[in-house]
Design a protein around this ligand. Structure first.
Ligand code: NAD
Ligand code: MG
Length: 392
């Protein structure tokens, strides 16, 4: 008789879009998972509700001012609580079989590195970790003999059809992109785009930062860098293909002419479930793919003129050194300012481009170097956005 043991799971960023989808699957498979730690940035009400429902050992809020509210909200439940950046690391260090890294942005880097140091399985949604600290991050994976599983839908797709034993027989990988809400918009219209328009993704429901990244297509640029580190291929072997229906999630092109793809309806629970159940599979109550009903799948080349973020990310990867860290930080600042209604949509890519021209630094060789570059680029982008965008 095989006795099924449940996986101990921690979710960093449990109140976000990926975090909530992960907990939805945990809830449907209570016999397969025990929740160890849950963390959130500022959303203390949601964290309290999740901790009451899933009864983790530990609940952490990054915002130190929210500590009392979290403590009061969970008193009598037996859940230990803590707040602040160090507590996030502590959450990542709680012994677990699988840690979902779903904090948005470079804020997820230190907790995810702490998770890797457990030599356990890390399911990576937070692509910014790989963009801002790719080489250092992958060194940590190797050093701790951790298992890194991609959660981003394109990278999950590639992972599922990538023959790692014969990676020398892979010609190229092709990341599909929906094209975002502005796929057919003119530059003039994009210049006037509102926040609501930029975050209205045609196919996926996601957090606000990645939704704006999808509208600028910086998201696909970040994913090229993510794929480079995850699959060890040079930038020249990573292509982007716009596919508005988001059914083919990505493809691998082999030397013999075979092209393998993974398909499905656009539901993040599918790639999340692949990582949670790996190396097995588990059922997901997603809408089933009905190709006869969809009838037509279309594909087109990306337009790098209207979406300059694509070339910025590719150039940063080719340039290497400090460039990807600077690109990521400048983009995070610019997206925050756009979300706050302080700058226009086209200022996002301009701020990133000018930060990369202005900031010239050596390649980071440690986590401290990455954090220093991140801070410098945030300052430079902030200054540019205060002066450059006002000078229009
Ligand atoms: P989200 O904004 O919905 O959620 C982010 C989570 O991180 C929340 O729990 C939030 O409280 C927490 N957080 C935010 N700032 C924090 C900080 N400074 N310190 C600690 N915690 C903080 O984001 P999301 O859409 O779930 O995306 C999460 C990550 O997954 C991103 O890196 C994104 O690129 C990636 N991703 C998301 C999707 C998706 O469908 N949403 C798909 C692929 C990849
Ligand atoms: Mg993606």
């Amino acid at each position: 008789m095989v006795i099924a043991t449940s996986k101990r799971i921690s979710i960093l960023g449990s109140t976000g879009s990926v975090g909530q989808n992960t907990l939805d699957l945990v809830d449907r498979n209570r016999d397969r998972f025990d929740v160890v730690a849950l963390t959130a940035g500022r959303n203390v009400d949601d964290l309290i509700a999740q901790a009451r429902q899933f009864k983790p050992l530990f609940a952490v809020i990054a915002d130190p001012d929210a500590y009392k509210q979290l403590k009061d909200g969970l008193s009598g439940t037996g859940v230990s609580v803590a707040a602040g950046p160090d507590a996030l690391i502590e959450a990542a260090q709680q012994p677990a079989d699988l840690i979902m890294s779903a904090i948005v942005g470079a804020a997820g880097l230190k907790p995810t590195l702490a998770a890797l140091a457990q030599s356990t399985v890390v399911a990576l949604a937070n692509k910014e970790c790989l963009v801002c600290a790719g080489a250092i991050f992958m060194d940590a994976v190797r050093q701790h003999d951790a298992t890194l599983l991609p959660v981003d839908s394109e990278h999950s797709a590639i992972f599922q059809v990538f023959d790692a034993q014969q990676s020398n027989t892979i010609n190229r990988i092709i990341l599909t992109a929906s094209g975002g809400p502005f796929r057919e918009w003119s530059i003039e219209d994009m210049a006037k785009a509102s926040l609501a328009q930029a975050t209205a993704h045609p196919n996926w429901s996601m957090g606000s930062k990645i939704s704006v990244d999808s509208a600028t297509m910086m998201n696909k640029g970040l994913e090229v860098i993510e794929a480079h580190y995850l699959f060890g291929l040079p930038e020249s072997q990573i292509e982007i293909l716009v596919h508005p229906q988001s059914v083919v999630h990505s493809l691998v092109d082999y030397v013999d002419g075979s092209v393998l793809a993974q398909l499905g309806t656009p539901d993040m629970r599918t790639p999340i479930a692949y990582a949670l159940a790996w190396p097995d599979r588990m059922a997901v109550p997603c809408e089933r793919l009905d190709l006869a009903e969809i009838a037509t799948l279309s594909f087109e080349a990306p337009d790098s003129k209207r979406f300059p973020a694509l070339a910025l990310a590719r150039n940063a990867l080719q340039a290497g050194g400090a460039a990807p860290t600077l690109l990521n930080a400048a983009n995070e600042v610019a997206v925050e300012r756009f979300l706050a209604g302080e700058i226009g949509f086209l200022d996002i890519a301009r701020a990133v481009e000018d930060t990369l021209v202005y900031c010239q630094y050596e390649a980071p060789s440690s986590l401290d170097d990455v954090l220093m570059l991140d801070t410098e680029a945030r300052r430079a982008a902030g200054r540019w956005l205060a002066v450059g965008s006002a000078a229009e």
